[in-house]
Write a protein that binds this ligand. Structure first.
Ligand SMILES: Cc1cc2nc3c(=O)[nH]c(=O)nc-3n(C[C@H](O)[C@H](O)[C@H](O)COP(=O)(O)OP(=O)(O)OC[C@H]3O[C@@H](n4cnc5c(N)ncnc54)[C@H](O)[C@@H]3O)c2cc1C
Length: 275
């Protein structure tokens, strides 16, 4: 009979060392995604499992005036319980849309970002917020922008053999944020995806415009955002039509049905800039 060895490392250093010695080990946080596709009576787990949900180093939240840093093993419910000023509104909207309260009590932010079969709901919100994540492996620690978890063709690209330790979010104000799910809303399915959007203007000039979409593939087009920011509001219908066309061209990497949904959401977001 195949048995699993479940390890409970006390420290990040210990975990990284175990990952180095046994690169096929699975990191297990809340387990909601790992077990989601299993309907048998007994759970099937990989041969070696490294459990991170109780690791103190991964369960800390640090709040400063400029950013909040959230440990990878903090659950979605715990993030939603933090004081309002510590959680960017866009992230709060995304986390409230995940599954149901029971799932959010177990599911961690690290597990939501590190899933490699598809993008989960926090990615578009964190991508719009330009969140940074810390990754650790035997070679040390490095910070990368969360946008780099999407490869150029839009597929998930979480680096194998790395531990996600924390997520750093800048605490800046936005004039308008929105988060929408399409397809099956409370369960990740092939046709489900999430859309996030944030804008800010200063003295009538659009200073930030960020828009991200992710399901099986992810899309955040910084080059198109660069064409839009810096313009005086409201935009003219002709300008908006040109930007919508750019987004439609970029959306070719999405499945046909999602292309349509994405197009409608982009039209809605751009329309706000004409008022
Ligand atoms: C009924 C149900 C409904 C759901 N609905 C939604 C939904 O609406 N939206 C949504 O986004 N998700 C949904 N999910 C999926 C899942 O709950 C979330 O994605 C959750 O955030 C995963 O976190 P976890 O801690 O449970 O991850 P786990 O299942 O423990 O791990 C998921 C993956 O991440 C890896 N991992 C975990 N932590 C780390 C880390 N620190 N470093 C590196 N790798 C790590 C694991 O090895 C694994 O590959 C649902 C699940 C269920 C069961």
């Amino acid at each position: 009979m195949l048995a699993s060895e479940i390890h409970y490392p006390d420290t990040v250093q210990e975990l990284v060392e175990q990952l180095r010695r046994r690169p096929d080990s699975a990191i297990y946080a809340g387990g909601t995604e790992i077990l989601r596709r299993q309907s048998e009576t007994y759970a099937r787990l990989p041969r070696e499992v490294l459990c991170v949900s109780g690791m103190a180093e991964l369960r800390q939240v640090v709040l400063t005036e400029r950013f909040v840093e959230i440990g990878a093993a903090v659950t979605l419910a715990e993030i939603l319980e933090l004081r309002e000023s510590a959680v960017p509104e866009l992230l709060g909207l995304a986390l409230r849309a995940v599954g149901n309260p029971a799932v959010r009590n177990l599911a961690t932010i690290g597990g939501n970002l590190a899933t490699t079969s598809r993008f989960m709901d926090s990615w578009p919100a964190l991508a719009c917020l330009d969140a940074m994540i810390e990754l650790r492996d035997a070679d040390g620690a490095r910070w990368i922008n969360v946008n780099r978890l999407a490869s150029p063709d839009g597929s998930p690209d979480f680096p194998r053999g790395n531990l996600l330790t924390r997520i750093r979010l800048p605490l800046v104000g936005w004039d308008f944020v929105a988060f929408r799910k399409v397809g099956v809303k409370d369960y990740p399915a092939r046709e489900s995806a999430a859309f996030a959007f944030a804008t800010r203007a200063d003295k009538g000039i659009l200073s930030e415009f960020r828009l991200a979409f992710a399901g099986e593939a992810a899309l955040r087009m910084r080059d198109i955002e660069g064409m839009i920011v810096g313009r005086r509001l409201p935009l003219e219908a002709k300008q908006v039509a040109a930007f919508a066309e750019e987004y439609r061209a970029a959306a070719q990497i999405l499945a046909p049905r999602q292309r349509l949904q994405f197009g409608t959401l982009v039209d809605g977001a751009l329309d706000l800039l004409t008022r």
